[in-house]
Write a protein that binds this ligand. Sequence first.
Ligand SMILES: Nc1ncnc2c1ncn2[C@@H]1O[C@H](COP(=O)(O)OP(=O)(O)O)[C@@H](O)[C@H]1O
Ligand SMILES: [Mg+2]
Length: 315
Amino acid sequence: MDGTAPGRQHEATKPAAKSALGPRGRGLFGRLFDGLRGAPAVRREALSIAIASGKGGTGKSFLATSLAVLLHRQGVRSVLVDCDFGLACDHLLLGVKPTLTLQNLLAGQCTLDQALVTSPCGPRLLPGASGVRRMANPTDKDLLGFARELGTLAAREDVLLLDLGAGIAPATVLTMLAADWIVLVTQPEIAALVDAYAVVKCVAQSNPRARVLVVCNRVATPGRGELAFQRLTEVAKAHVGLELRFLGEIPDDDAVMQHRLGQLPLVASMPEAATPQVLASLAQRLDAQCGGLRPREVAGDQGLEARFRQHRLFV
Ligand SMILES: Nc1ncnc2c1ncn2[C@@H]1O[C@H](COP(=O)(O)OP(=O)(O)O)[C@@H](O)[C@H]1O
Ligand SMILES: [Mg+2]
């Protein structure tokens, strides 16, 4: 499978239809139609992966920061974007103290490059704002600015990891709908599974072909995570017709809880330990599922920013 989303193949490869108009007429009408279609020239864009959950605290940021480190170590040119509007924490998990955040960027107080930080163990981060009420409730102008910055990043990176806030706030759902892939992080307990289903339902209403990979985190008994996934995918298939794919389960591990501020992520400080090894194989499966963690070609009017803007009209 390649990384191109179904239904997103561009029109550029279609042979030009014969026209009764002369060359001048064809030129004029061609330009008019190109203008209406937004002249979809093909370009390269980062593969975008949204890390989402229904319930809070399922381990999205733990997974997102771990993947950011693993991708960086594999030499994948990637940026982690902390999209948990108002309650961002990826900078803490990566051991950086940013002075500028997404909030400053959207307020026009800095440039994208000024807001981007490189964390001590390598991955680059676009930090989010924490404890800023205005960011918890982004305006339409904020959303459009956010879409534009995502588009700019996508045009120059290979992979974007988008660490979302929990739940189905409009900005969160929009980011999920705009991304190429959704990694839904849940836990093997009923409250987390019910909320995960709520996310699936919400996404499927706007995009019945959304590509959702499920991770079951904090699994105490091996195999329980996959069993929980089976129940979730059966319900999702029966009620909203969306087939989910299982990406893997992560053990409940005290070492994750004991992580202290300022320490490097577990995958960097203890790469040989059991949970970092599980995360490394999960990153490999993500690579396989996505058809390679690398950029793909999209038509100019079908990229990340355009999808965000299109869905904004309906969410
Ligand atoms: N596999 C795990 N084992 C033990 N604790 C975990 C695990 N994954 C996450 N946690 C803990 O759960 C809490 C919430 O994780 P976090 O990644 O911040 O969740 P989210 O971003 O979904 O809100 C943190 O205290 C984290 O240390
Ligand atoms: Mg988080």
